[in-house]
Design a protein around this ligand. Structure first.
Ligand code: ASP
Length: 332
């Protein structure tokens, strides 16, 4: 039996980090070294390892991710059977996995699995979780069951759908959670088992250049709107607010948001860990009914971080502001 052919891309992250002269750990290892460190991978897939970047994930840019999306689309679309891959694993730092996975979910169309993984412990740490996570990711990318689910994240054996996954802890290998729906599966006894299948949402065209800058603002108690007055002059193409609860801000902030919404798209997300943004329950000034009537667009089930990516990609694809509600409609 021919083993599936997989592309393993490493962008860096703790999984690639070893001690250096700084006294701390920094990204050093590449994809080939990571793959070589887990001999069992050779029994699961034929792997081509590439290391487009060696970055800590807070330094990954939209331009970097766009390049990754292009590499994956090329790898999957080649007409030459030897040139085409059956699936891919993207290795990166855990700090921004929840964003990268959703970005790739939006830009890599088709059924082939894209599995994002990383590690919470460095490569030289006792009990390093990188090798186990990489093996789970490769098993998942090689499996028929993972097809058609969009980008998935696997760490600590848990399989998460890209649009729900969040980093929930700064230290634990069990840091990744999908608070809205839970993990959709588990890699146990060497094979993926799925408990649920998530329906894919529409993909977007891969833009020629990185998405325009979108501001993300969390609204704290007593917020006086001062940052909002400065915002229109800063060159942002859109704004996402992480509002309170189901989509609420202090009453006096609502008109300021309405003024910004007349100039650029403003998406209403929540600072609560999970749950949909409401659209028709709270009628008080600053409640979601008021904000939506002022032109804000509810993020639905998307967190502020994920809504920011969707808004940027939507505007970057050349669509005008009137198409933004349509882009968010599948998430309501
Ligand atoms: N700071 C690291 C990074 O995101 C954390 C990790 O990889 O777990 O690159």
């Amino acid at each position: 039996m021919t083993l599936p052919r997989l592309l393993v891309l490493s962008l860096g992250g703790t999984i690639t980090m070893v001690r250096d002269s700084s006294g701390g750990i920094a990204p050093k290892l590449g994809a080939a070294e990571l793959v070589a460190s887990v001999p069992a991978l050779a029994e699961v897939a034929r792997i081509e390892a590439r290391s487009p970047f060696r970055l800590p994930s807070p330094s990954i840019t939209m331009a970097n991710l766009l390049e990754v999306a292009r590499i994956l689309n090329d790898a999957f679309s080649s007409a030459d059977p030897e040139g085409s891959f059956d699936g891919a694993v993207v290795i990166q730092g855990t700090d921004t996995i929840e964003e990268s996975a959703f970005f790739l979910d939006l830009l890599v169309a088709g059924d082939k699995p894209v599995i994002v993984t990383g590690a919470m412990r460095g490569a030289e740490a006792p009990g390093a979780d990188g090798p186990a996570n990489l093996l789970s990711a490769v098993r998942l990318a090689a499996s028929e069951q993972a097809r058609g689910l969009g980008a998935l994240v696997v760490l600590n054996y848990d399989i998460h759908a890209a649009r729900f996954v969040q980093k929930s802890h700064t230290a634990l290998p069990s840091s990744f959670e999908s608070p809205m729906i839970g993990p959709i599966g588990l890699v146990a006894e060497g094979r993926p088992r799925f408990f649920a299948r998530v329906e894919r949402r529409p993909c977007l065209p891969v833009p020629a250049s990185p998405p325009p800058p979108i501001a993300l603002l969390k609204i704290p108690m007593g917020f006086d709107g001062r940052l909002l007055s400065a915002l229109p002059g800063l060159g942002y193409a859109g704004l996402v607010i992480e509002s309170m609860g189901a989509g609420h801000v202090p009453a006096e902030v609502a008109p300021m948001l309405g003024e910004i919404a007349a100039r650029m798209p403003v998406v209403l997300a929540s600072r609560a860990m999970t749950g949909p943004v409401f659209t028709s329950t709270y009628g008080y000034p600053g409640g979601e009914i008021d904000l939506i009537s002022r032109g804000l667009i509810a993020s639905g089930e998307l967190s502020g971080l994920k809504a920011r990516l969707l808004l940027g990609l939507c505007l970057g694809s050349g669509a005008d502001a009137s198409s933004v509600p349509l882009a968010f409609a599948p998430y309501q």
